[in-house]
Write a protein that binds this ligand. Structure first.
Ligand code: RM4
Ligand code: MN
Ligand code: MN
Length: 432
């Protein structure tokens, strides 16, 4: 099988060629349809083309579950190889110009070289993620019983120092945010003093916050359970918001869609955090039961649309301090991670486009008149419109692919990685 670099502009242009006429027809048809609703299709396309989402560095390797992991072909073996894969995703979708790193997983002794390689590939660096939910070989104190909230001050100090390290590395990469998710909590009632653990969290988080450069933000990520199965210290948006408000104006809440109980109304959480001006950003993914980390929009696309509906409302309301970071946080256990990440980035753009084409004036009028049925129908009409031609046209405007997955498959990139990345792949269980 031949190989063509899918990041090459002329490769993408030739892959687009057979689809160009169909796209022009479909786009014109949708344009006429939207015009009857008073919407200019090119405005929507432009907004979609400007939509960006960060790729999680840990998402380009094949994931697993606690029962095992089935490695894929040619997985990246270090952060430099991860960047290569991220560049494929970005060049083919035009939607993912940044990468979010996780330390120590992505540690390198040359941050400058990494930043330069990123720049060459057209990639920058989004939020840095700290990891105090696993022990590393060279570490003095164990996180078995917690990190930022541990009862032992030495363990808390070590966890704080690691977060400050992440900020230092991020500064060299041009990142401007730190995401803190801790697994701290209890597996049994009585194991931990629930009130004191939160106080210890605030005390540790204050030290991290103090190390943030002036133009950085700190994202506090809540999660209901796992690995703590009885009580997690930062378990929901209430604790997250209290912590953000206690820390100061650079602290924000991060909503990972998979970190809630099934059926929780996430779009309402988004609306409340927008109101509090503390919505820092998202880890997008999808789930059926828990923190499943499935591809965004693959299980509950309507929920994703409703989240984007709140974001569009916030944009239109010109909410102060509103610039949520968009990041994916997924684990690809049975698909090619590059294909899943491209598809997921596009699903976010789809939800955004669907929300943009909602007739807002009609919606307001129906809401004011208490016309429940028409309000619901007006909102849903955005969701039921096939906006695919807008998404494809937005990609074309960025020099990206009309059909990213088929262009990627035809390039032979994965097989080429299989040849260029020999060596033993990890066979251990777990999410990494
Ligand atoms: C957690 C959480 C964090 C991610 C880790 C790998 O469940 O979602 O954001 O860094 O997983
Ligand atoms: Mn997450
Ligand atoms: Mn998670």
């Amino acid at each position: 099988m031949g190989y063509a670099d899918p990041r090459d502009a002329s490769y993408i242009a030739s892959a687009n060629q057979p689809h160009a006429d169909t796209l022009a027809t479909d786009y014109a048809h949708l344009g006429a349809q939207l015009e009857r609703r008073g919407i200019r299709i090119d405005d929507v396309t432009r907004a979609v083309a400007n939509f960006k989402v960060a790729i999680p560095s840990w998402g380009v390797g094949t994931g697993g579950t606690r029962f095992g992991r089935f490695p894929g072909i040619g997985e990246p073996r270090n952060v430099f190889e991860k960047l290569e894969d991220c560049a494929v995703i970005h060049k083919l979708t035009g939607a993912t110009p940044t990468v979010s790193l996780h330390l120590p997983w992505d540690r390198t002794d040359d941050w400058k070289a990494l930043r330069e390689r990123g720049a060459t590939l057209g990639l920058g660096f989004d939020a840095m993620n700290s990891n105090t939910f696993q022990d590393q070989a060279d570490q003095k104190q164990s996180y078995k019983f917690g990190s930022l909230t541990h009862v032992d001050p030495a363990t808390r100090a070590q966890a704080v120092a690691h977060n400050i390290d992440c900020i230092e590395a991020g500064k060299q990469l041009g990142s401007r945010a730190l995401t803190v998710w801790i697994g701290d909590g209890a597996n049994f009632p009585g194991q931990s003093n629930l009130a004191r653990a939160f106080e210890r969290y605030l005390e540790s988080a204050r030290q991290i916050y103090a190390a943030l450069p002036a133009d950085w933000r700190m994202f506090i990520e809540h999660k209901m359970y796992e690995p703590a199965f009885y009580a997690t210290v930062i378990q929901d948006w209430g604790s997250s918001l209290m912590a953000a408000q206690a820390l100061g104006p650079k602290a924000f809440c991060l909503v990972d869609l998979g970190h809630h109980a099934p059926n929780v109304n996430i779009e309402m959480i988004v609306a409340r955090l927008v109101h509090a001006q503390r919505l820092g950003g998202f880890h997008f993914n999808d789930s059926k039961y828990g923190d499943d980390d499935l591809d965004a929009g693959s299980i509950e696309p309507f929920r994703l649309f409703l989240v984007f509906n709140e974001l569009v409302e916030a944009e239109l309301a010109k909410t102060p301090n509103f610039s949520p970071a968009h990041m994916l946080d997924q684990s690809h256990n049975v698909t090619d991670p590059i294909e899943s990440l491209m598809t997921s980035a596009i699903e976010l753009q789809r939800a955004y486009a669907q929300a943009l084409i909602v007739d807002r004036q009609a919606l307001r009028d129906h809401q004011s008149a208490n016309d429940v049925l028409m309000a619901a129908q007006t909102l849903k009409r955005g969701f039921t419109t096939d906006v695919s031609p807008i998404l494809a046209q937005a990609r074309v405007s960025r020099g990206a692919a009309i059909d990213p997955v088929s262009a990627y498959r035809a390039s032979g990139y994965r097989a080429e990685c299989g040849r260029n990345r020999p060596g033993k792949q990890s066979l251990g269980g777990g999410i990494i």
